[in-house]
Design a protein around this ligand. Structure first.
Ligand SMILES: [Zn+2]
Ligand SMILES: [Zn+2]
Length: 240
């Protein structure tokens, strides 16, 4: 990312983190989601097994989605070199699921289908924290866009496709003033994406065997930037 007008004014830790994400060329909403995910997993790995409130919630159907079951075990392994807390938590989820399955198995097909549809939502506490973080970050970024430095930074930031759309939708649903603020950012984003698309097309054009030597570093970077645009950033497999 280029063209950031120096340090962004930040009033608290959250804003400092958002400013840093923008300055590092990361999508600030993806960055906030990843922070929320790590914070939730760290907390669960540390205290989840002894957290009475959490165990009660599990007895009422709280579980972990696929990616956060694995995420929890990895986080715990990194922090404590063991996976005992994960085992305690997964045991609690499994008990609950088993009881539900046993009940379902004795029901007729229609009730089974209904029960299974309900179970499709794992009611993962980490996913809930991530969703909450997405919402609060989007609101905060729209507030910050009243500042010209933040507005300029958001216009040139590598906001990913999903978050660009969700910020846009939030701004469009907001008051006129926030719609106007966002339209300036959107114009800048569209210029950024147009430039990206052109460079990406040049890169793609040079992809044939006889043209590969013509690929420039800028074209190569456009390839990486387009993957970040569609796939989000930072890297999903970052560990910490
Ligand atoms: Zn994003
Ligand atoms: Zn989850």
């Amino acid at each position: 990312m280029t063209g950031l007008p120096g340090k962004l004014p930040a009033r608290d830790f959250e804003e400092i983190r958002l400013a840093e994400a923008l300055e590092r060329g990361r999508c600030p909403v993806c960055d906030a989601r990843q922070e929320a995910s790590y914070a939730a997993l760290r907390g669960l790995a540390r205290e989840g097994a002894t957290d009475r409130g959490l165990r009660d919630q599990m007895d009422r159907g709280l579980g972990f989605c696929q990616s956060h079951s694995v995420g929890l075990s990895r986080m715990e392994l990194q922090q404590t070199s063991s996976q005992l807390a994960t085992a305690v938590l997964l045991d609690a989820v499994l008990r609950r699921r088993l009881a539900t399955f046993k009940k379902l198995a004795g029901n007729d097909a229609a009730a089974q289908a209904r029960g299974l549809a309900e179970l499709a939502d794992s009611r993962c506490p980490v996913c809930a924290r991530i969703a909450e973080s997405s919402r609060t970050t989007a609101r905060r970024l729209l507030e910050l866009s009243a500042d010209t430095a933040w507005s300029a930074a958001l216009g040139s930031a590598e906001i990913c496709l999903d978050d660009l759309c969700s910020l846009w939708a939030l701004a469009a649903a907001g008051p006129k003033e926030s719609q106007q603020r966002w339209s300036i950012i959107v114009s800048a984003q569209l210029r950024r994406l147009e430039a990206l698309q052109k460079t990406l097309a040049d890169y793609a054009h040079n992809s044939t065997h006889d043209r590969r030597h013509l690929i420039t570093p800028e074209q190569q970077e456009a390839g990486a930037a387009s993957i970040r645009f569609f796939g989000g950033s930072p890297d999903r497999d970052r560990q910490r």
